[in-house]
Design a protein around this ligand. Structure first.
Ligand SMILES: C[S@@+](CC[C@H](N)C(=O)[O-])C[C@H]1O[C@@H](n2cnc3c(N)ncnc32)[C@H](O)[C@@H]1O
Length: 189
């Protein structure tokens, strides 16, 4: 992330947006179960809310420094932060009851890398588990925030097919004025 983006994602304003609007919208009516993975926590404004909501939370970020500071800041018996790549997760198949992704998919450098995250989410989910998340929509101000940074926005009109191809079922994709949310389930059988 560039410095401006990092500062925004670390800010009190973003923390309030996340806790008041984004997390309630993404998690509305979802059963997360007992062992949840968050991919791309960044500075952790989402993570600090999630850790209080679920019995066990693992957060995986590609940025070594962000993962290390999150591990220190939220250290506790029900939380683990790992420096790893969500396109090639270190966890075993069928480990998690839910996988969550907040405003991170556009940071993957290609659509193929995003699809690899979807496949990995399906692999590490238990049967019947949910993959849910959100991302911003492609707008000029969103692009401006990513000067000299990776920015591959997700097209909501193709996301459903991409999640189906990754092995999910029951896929739902919705948009509001700010972004998209998705939820998709690993088949029970
Ligand atoms: C904009 S931040 C997301 C912040 C946070 N989820 C939130 O909503 O406040 C995107 C994060 O995704 C991480 N990221 C990018 N590619 C990744 C990958 N392949 N695996 C894991 N994390 C990745 C980046 O290091 C960055 O911390």
């Amino acid at each position: 992330m560039n410095q401006q983006h990092l500062e925004l994602c670390s800010s009190a304003e973003w923390a309030e947006t996340v806790s008041r609007f984004i997390i309630p919208w993404v998690l509305d009516d979802l059963e997360l179960g007992d062992n949840v993975l968050e991919v791309g926590p960044g500075p952790g404004r989402t993570t600090e809310v999630l850790v209080a909501m679920v019995p066990r939370l693992t957060a995986v970020d590609l940025d070594e420094g962000l993962a290390a500071s999150l591990a220190q800041r939220l250290a506790g018996p029900t939380f683990e932060a790992i420096n790893a790549d969500a396109t090639a997760l270190p966890q075993e198949d069928e480990t998690f009851s839910a996988v969550l992704s907040f405003t991170m998919l556009h940071h993957l450098p290609t659509a193929e890398a995003q699809d690899a995250v979807f496949s990995e989410a399906a692999r590490v989910l238990r049967r019947g588990g949910v993959f849910a998340g959100t991302d911003s929509l492609d707008r000029p101000e969103f692009r401006e925030l990513h000067v000299d940074d990776i920015c591959v926005p997700i097209d909501p009109s193709t996301l459903g097919d991409r999640l189906n191809r990754a092995g999910f079922e029951g896929v739902q994709v919705e948009t509001n004025d700010f972004g998209l949310r998705f939820r998709a389930w690993r088949p029970k059988n």
